[in-house]
Design a protein around this ligand. Structure first.
Ligand SMILES: [Zn+2]
Length: 319
């Protein structure tokens, strides 16, 4: 499974309960996956197309729960997707009308019904903004494994759609770059920290953890490359110790026991993750109050002991 599919399957498993957020997510999914067919006499129908089965299921569930729209997803091999399998959700004209009203794409005034190009939806609440970003990524987003490159992108049909997503990102202190590729506008991120932040905004908690672990390991390696005029023996010792600590930290975080640790251990873990290349003295200097080398060493001893006991517990469970 690609990393994109992995993130998407985590996102589509998030429980949808609040009706405001369901609409925001549908809004973004409609902008990225839906198309409209006009039948004349003011009749039209909307259909969604996606290659990802869990995204198709998500759209189906949101339509049903939020708008009581029942639609049967079906799939077929479409030439425009390079012969790949595509899942289609086709709405009846009546349901299409219901959806466009709910999304404020269609409204009534004196002269009759007026169409807006894209949904207008204030999304003042944080929860709805997050749901909107999730929908946008589920629709046309992709992410590269951080071992290879730092890259997350969302393909937008038009500049206007890209700007709407950009505004929502900005309200959450994230800024994406914009490029054009063929006839699309593409929003993208190139900084690992921003990508990790967006993952957690969208609700992909597991993916964020995995991403950050790899980020920390990469920054450790890159820092080592940078240090050239350093005593090799010392450097190796420092690295082995730091790697051992990072491995223990990862075990604890993956086990979910991190919040149970005493605050002094949590603090040293946070510092180490941010500064994998630092010596114990340097880490101690960053603490408030400052802590000597042996104090820092003892805390890591405890961290490693805890990780070992978690590992022992896990292997005894597996047996
Ligand atoms: Zn909401």
């Amino acid at each position: 499974m690609s990393f994109s599919s992995e993130v998407k399957s985590e996102l589509t498993a998030i429980k949808t309960e609040k009706s405001c957020c369901m609409l925001s997510e549908l809004n973004a999914l409609t902008q990225s996956c839906a198309s409209m067919t006009l039948h004349g006499h003011g009749e039209f129908s909307i259909s969604y197309a996606t290659e990802n089965p869990s995204v198709a299921k998500r759209i189906f569930i949101l339509l049903k729960r939020r708008l009581e729209i029942n639609s049967n997803p079906r799939f077929h091999k479409a030439a425009r997707f390079g012969g790949r399998r595509v899942y289609i959700i086709q709405l009846s004209p009546a349901d299409s009308r219901k959806l466009t009203y709910a999304l404020h794409m269609l409204r009534k005034d004196e002269s009759g019904e007026v169409f807006r190009g894209i949904p207008r939806h204030a999304m003042t609440r944080k929860c709805c903004q997050q749901a909107f970003l999730r929908g946008a990524f589920l629709g046309t987003g992709s992410i590269v494994m951080p071992e290879k490159d730092y890259h997350l992108e969302i393909v937008c049909g038009s500049d206007q759609k890209a700007r709407v997503i950009q505004q929502v990102l900005e309200r959450n202190d994230l800024s994406a770059s914009l490029m054009s590729r063929r006839s699309s506008s593409v929003l993208y991120f190139k900084r690992g920290e921003d990508i990790a932040e967006l993952l957690s905004l969208m609700g992909a908690v597991r993916a964020r953890m995995r991403y950050e672990n790899i980020l920390a390991q990469r920054s450790l390696r890159e820092n080592v490359m940078r240090v050239t005029n350093c005593d090799h023996g010392n450097l190796r010792r420092l690295l082995t110790a730091s790697q051992k600590q990072m491995k223990a930290i990862e075990t604890i975080r993956n086990s979910g026991h991190f919040p149970d640790l005493p605050p002094d251990l949590q603090a040293i873990i946070r510092l180490r993750r941010q500064n994998p290349e630092m010596t114990l003295e340097q880490l101690g200097d960053l603490m408030t109050p400052k802590l000597g080398k042996s104090g820092v060493y003892h805390r890591f001893r405890k961290v490693i002991e805890i990780a070992e006991s978690i590992e022992n517990e896990q292997t005894s469970k597996d047996e």
